[in-house]
Design a protein around this ligand. Sequence first.
Ligand SMILES: Nc1ncnc2c1ncn2[C@@H]1O[C@H](COP(=O)(O)OP(=O)(O)OP(=O)(O)O)[C@@H](O)[C@H]1O
Length: 533
Amino acid sequence: MDYYLKKQKFLCIIVCVFQALSFTMNACIQFLLMKIFDSAAQMNFNLVLFWCCIDIFGWGLYLLFSVLADRIQAKAIWALNNDVRKNIYDSILRQNYKQYHKNDIGEYLSWVTNDIKQIEQLAWIPFFSGVGRVTQVIVSIISLAFLHWSLVLFALLSAFLMWSIPNLFHKKIEKLGKNCSQEQSVAISQLKDLFLGMDTLKTFGRGEKFLGKSESISDNIERPNYILNATKANTEGIVGFVNVTLQVVSMLLIVLLVMQGKVMLGVLASGTNLIGGVSNGLSGISNTRLSLIAARPYFEKLSNLNTDGEHKSNKILSTFKKKISVTNVSFNYREKTVLKNISFVFEKGKKYALIGPSGCGKSTFLKILLGWLPDYTGNIYFDDTDIRIVAPEQIQQQIGYVDQNVFLFNTTIRENITLGGRFTEEQIKKAVKDSALEYDISSMPNGMDTIVGENGNKISGGQKQRIAIARALIYNRSILLIDEGTSALDEKNAERIEKCLLENPRLTLILVSHHLTEARKRQFDEVYKLDTP
Ligand SMILES: Nc1ncnc2c1ncn2[C@@H]1O[C@H](COP(=O)(O)OP(=O)(O)OP(=O)(O)O)[C@@H](O)[C@H]1O
């Protein structure tokens, strides 16, 4: 939390200054009240009128400072939330493939939406109001010092009492905050899954399952929040009761002082209000402390975002010259062995097919080549470089990859191909032609600017695959891994694309396929077969 506040210190200081000014004005107004009462006691109407005008001016200033504090606070919260989000994005980007896929996507969504809102409610807003409350307490105590020392002593005793109350509930509130953060992440993740599976449920007439489950998920989002807020409310109730009791006792104290002639009658109103200012301020500070305790698990979760797997090496992988050698590579997903002692050689410019039954580890092997799964045994050399000692980003500068499950962003075909990279119209046209997309695009009303929908749901499966191939081609890597990249294409288009890839002499191609006809196998320099270990 301190980290973010320091980052936005300029805005935060301004908010604190205006909060302090508005609470100071509030305390001053209590003093003005005393003056009005004293003037009334002296039967001096003109003086009453004078102090009333000053009082109105004081209220005007108070409101002005409050409005400015609220406005700048809103701006500061905006900046703080953005900083937290940026930190999350940054950490996610630095995670390696395995760390990133450890969490569900829904969980990441929950962090940048729900968790940020919780942080706003439990940390930023209470923090700023807490600063205001501290000022209120200090200014009220200083003002009380002008009235009578016993009132200051009483205020300090109250402060001690109010400060101690949250300590009794510290552990419980922190635990509830942690539960809230964890349970909401899981629930949002489940909700995302349910929305993604809506079509499947409807297809099988299981729409009511969606409703039933979404209701229970909604409960899972709200319940922990309710428990946290209910416990906070109970605690705030106790704080409130102690606060009111202290105010009544303070009033009795002032009445005694008035009766003994130690203070003027006007002090009864302003002194009670000032002591009220101290107690309310302390009660506000107690509640702020409770909120900050509840917010702690959210910050801990974010600061624990694991980026240990980030490859620290900045060794440059030199341009691919001769071959990739794979020697005795084995790989397990936990206790499950997926690849066992496989050895292949991929020479520059040659074309390879990788075949094998479903689940034998073809996609896993490609992910190892990409540097995503570094926990393999055996050796993989790019020319003379062991790929373990270079960062995956270095490897991916030389390898293009078409995933089995093509992902498209909900934007135009053009942007899905270029991914925001700078390419000439010529380069784009060539990629579109080589991936056999020309005809499809020319028949779309918006051509390259057609929006493909969420994960490409407004275009066909084959078109999605060809966009993914165009994307891989335009990035012009010297090695291309294609995982079932033409499985959704008709024979003519599949052949056309494969021909284009096979005829490119500069390209080293590794194409994964379940089933290749004998005729197609012959087009490759080598067909490697993987078996289930
Ligand atoms: N992230 C993962 N965690 C655990 N097991 C996994 C994971 N990904 C894949 N597997 C398992 O590893 C095995 C190999 O999967 P892989 O996707 O590499 O096979 P494949 O040969 O590409 O299959 P297909 O031809 O059906 O695409 C499978 O049994 C699969 O269930």
